[in-house]
Design a protein around this ligand. Structure first.
Ligand SMILES: *Cc1c(COP(=O)(O)O)cnc(C)c1O
Length: 360
């Protein structure tokens, strides 16, 4: 028996997460300077970070010798969302928070349910606990909540919903999610992943549901509209009892000083968020028009990205890479004919559309 066989079989079966290709890696491969490369592969904010967050990071550098204190960010989130400080759990990215939920509720002999084409982390987080992932069929690329409800087994302890979902951008109206929560047994946890929440038009605030559903865990991130993907900070809003469990498995210092300072400042940068929102709306309109002009289909998206159907996604992707454009093939999500493209700056969107036309 080799050392690698000592890991549980459930863990050895995991296929690793495939991140978007880093700009520096493509630059090395094709010999282009990094400034010439357009990365539309990881749903980052193309405007960079909030200027208020930048200033906060610069100030926070002086305190780096000290262990972090989560107080200010937890307080700011609790004030903003109108929930108790004991209902917020911070994570090293919301990915960390998703993992905490899995560790709290899953174990070998248990299962979780998620949709076909759902965000890859649900499957990874489930498998890493030795639990089984159950995939419910999608409709029109989106989550089918009745199929998800029907997929629950007696051993199911967790359901994952992404709204909007990545990589499809599909969205479920608040009323549907609320109705779904009513049908889920109260001893099954439900994660509502709202990584793209800030890109949605104003609507019913899901956070208020935490009062009625102690089994609900809402997750959000500073990686997308707030422009802090590289700092790694996200959070969960849930009932005090679930937050307490998550905090038991959470590493005490899981969010670093710079990330805490940046996120606290970014939360108050309403101008930056509003401008990023508008840029995304305009960019989305331009992308949709450009894609239609090329005679291509796309999945209507509520996020800061769009999945486009092309005849040979891998070849088109290779051709785009040769022109210095990084997008995301999503065959691993059961969508072998689609490429997921982040909405960029206007100039980046134009470069992409021109390159795409050439690559078809
Ligand atoms: C990007 C994303 C996340 C979170 O990413 P973090 O950087 O770890 O906060 C979570 N869920 C979905 C659906 C995402 O697309």
């Amino acid at each position: 028996m080799t050392i690698s066989h000592q890991a549980p079989a459930t863990l050895r079966a995991i296929s690793p997460y495939l991140p978007g290709k880093p700009i520096t890696e493509l630059a090395r491969e094709i010999g282009l300077p990094v400034e010439r490369i357009v990365k539309l592969a990881s749903n980052e904010n193309p405007r960079g970070m909030s200027p208020l967050a930048r200033v906060a990071v610069e100030h926070a550098i002086a305190g780096i010798a000290r262990y972090p204190d989560q107080f200010d960010l937890v307080k700011a989130l609790s004030d903003r969302l109108g929930v108790g400080e004991d209902q917020i759990v911070l994570g090293n990215g919301s990915n960390d928070v998703l993992d905490l939920v899995a560790r709290v509720f899953l174990a070998p002999g248990r299962s979780s349910v998620f949709s076909e084409h759902a965000f890859a982390v649900y499957s990874l987080a489930t498998q890493s606990t030795g639990a089984e992932g159950i995939v419910a069929p999608a409709t029109h690329y989106g989550h089918d909540l009745s199929a998800m409800r029907a997929a629950l087994r007696p051993d199911t302890r967790l359901v994952w919903i992404a709204n909007p979902n990545n990589p499809t951008g599909t969205y479920l109206p608040s009323a549907q999610i609320r109705a779904f929560l009513e049908t889920v047994p109260d001893d099954v946890a439900v994660v509502l992943d709202e990584a793209y929440n800030e890109y949605l038009p104003p609507r019913v605030e899901s956070v208020a549901w935490c009062r009625d559903f102690p089994n609900l865990i809402i997750t959000r991130t500073f990686s997308k509209i707030y422009g802090l993907a590289g700092l790694r900070v996200g959070y969960a809003v849930t009932s005090p009892e679930v937050a307490d469990l998550m905090n038991r498995v959470r590493q005490p210092f899981n969010v670093n000083n710079l990330a805490l300072a940046a996120a606290t400042a970014a939360l108050d940068d309403h101008v930056f968020v509003a401008e990023s929102y508008r840029l995304n709306q305009e960019g989305m309109e331009r992308m949709v028009a450009g894609v239609k002009h090329l005679g291509l289909e796309h999945i209507p998206s509520h996020g800061n990205f769009i999945s486009i159907k092309v005849r040979n996604a891998l070849i088109v992707n290779e051709k785009l890479l040769k022109q210095g454009i990084i997008v995301r093939p999503i065959a691993g999500y059961g969508l072998p004919h689609h490429l997921r493209v982040t909405i960029g700056l206007p100039s980046e969107n134009e470069r992409f559309l021109t390159a795409l036309e050439g690559a078809l």
